[in-house]
Design a binder for this molecule. Sequence first.
Ligand code: NAD
Ligand code: DAU
Length: 331
Amino acid sequence: MRMLVTGGAGFIGANFVHQTVRERPDVELTVLDALTYAGNESSLDPVADAVTFVRGDIADTDLVDSLVADTDVVVHFAAESHNDNSLHDPWPFVRTNVIGTYQLLEAVRRHDTRYHHISTDEVYGDLELDDPAKFTPDTPYNPSSPYSSTKASSDLLVRAWVRSFGVQATISNCSNNYGPYQHVEKFIPRQITNVIDGIRPKLYGKGENVRDWIHVEDHNSAVWSIIEKGAIGETYLIGADGETSNKDVVEAILEIMGLDCDAYDHVSDRPGHDMRYAIDATRLRTELGWEPRYRNFREGLAATVAWYQANEAWWRPQKDATEAKYAQLGR
Ligand code: NAD
Ligand code: DAU
């Protein structure tokens, strides 16, 4: 099988490529990645011999067409992915997430290529803290931020291309991922690397917001289940029952790193900050038989802390610029 992975130099895409090389040596992998500030080609160093890397933009019609012409399956991870950035400058989100997805859909339509679309639970908006409900594939779309609204737009393009043009596509909407190779702008790596640097972790607002954490390896094993067994046109929600408040995450990081659990600061809240996400992954579990491997968030978090401690050379070049951006936002 020939597979084109967009965004394969980013966090989840790189982990997907590693997992695929490890577990499916018969797959011929090509990565298409623009290497934006969030992309890091060195994330693919351990598998460089097994992958063809193309630096380029998913919004480049001719490049995308030529790559899709030579592939059997496209797995589309590439995106602008950070909510805080989208509040500051939404245009790259519209360009990459909406127009980039459009270009890929047109190419898979021309070449009749199987397409899997990676998306987020944020398309559903948020839930109240005391609401027993979780997101299901029937939850109405209600995105809050420029980031989530562009991801919702891209999902709707996929649905329309399936119905109108018969494109062979599936969609997955996953909750918050953690694990190795995540950019230090994101919550967990930011706090781990702050602690390493002697900076107190920073919690937005009261820190009551809840995210449904899943290990990146579990996200990617679910993506493989959908590629192999998913029904064309279907949406699968991916989550592993990992609901945890931001305050509890910060306290766990501090404890794992040997500091007092209250050694953090509250900073100004994110505008429009979604309160809670929670995934009901029943369809994935019952119809496709998928199960997560990482069931203990604290153990996964401790392994992630150890990864950042052991791989400073990977994250150090991103750190100062990231904190300078946050300093401008007062966070
Ligand atoms: P990331 O920001 O770490 O990586 C994105 C990658 O896409 C980078 O390598 C970047 O260089 C590349 N890219 C950006 N614009 C591009 C363009 N125009 N052309 C080609 N490449 C481009 O993101 P991530 O956290 O790995 O997220 C990957 C996907 O998973 C995204 O679609 C995101 O919406 C989705 N998702 C993320 C999470 C999460 O918790 N991180 C959860 C659910 C879904
Ligand atoms: O739910 C899936 C989404 O999860 C993905 O679609 C996004 O691509 C991914 O970035 C993530 O979005 P969040 O906005 O939830 O992730 P982030 O890591 O930015 O923040 C997680 C929570 O932590 C959120 O409630 C904001 C809070 N936070 C974040 C940072 C960076 C802090 O309290 N302090 C911080 O310094």
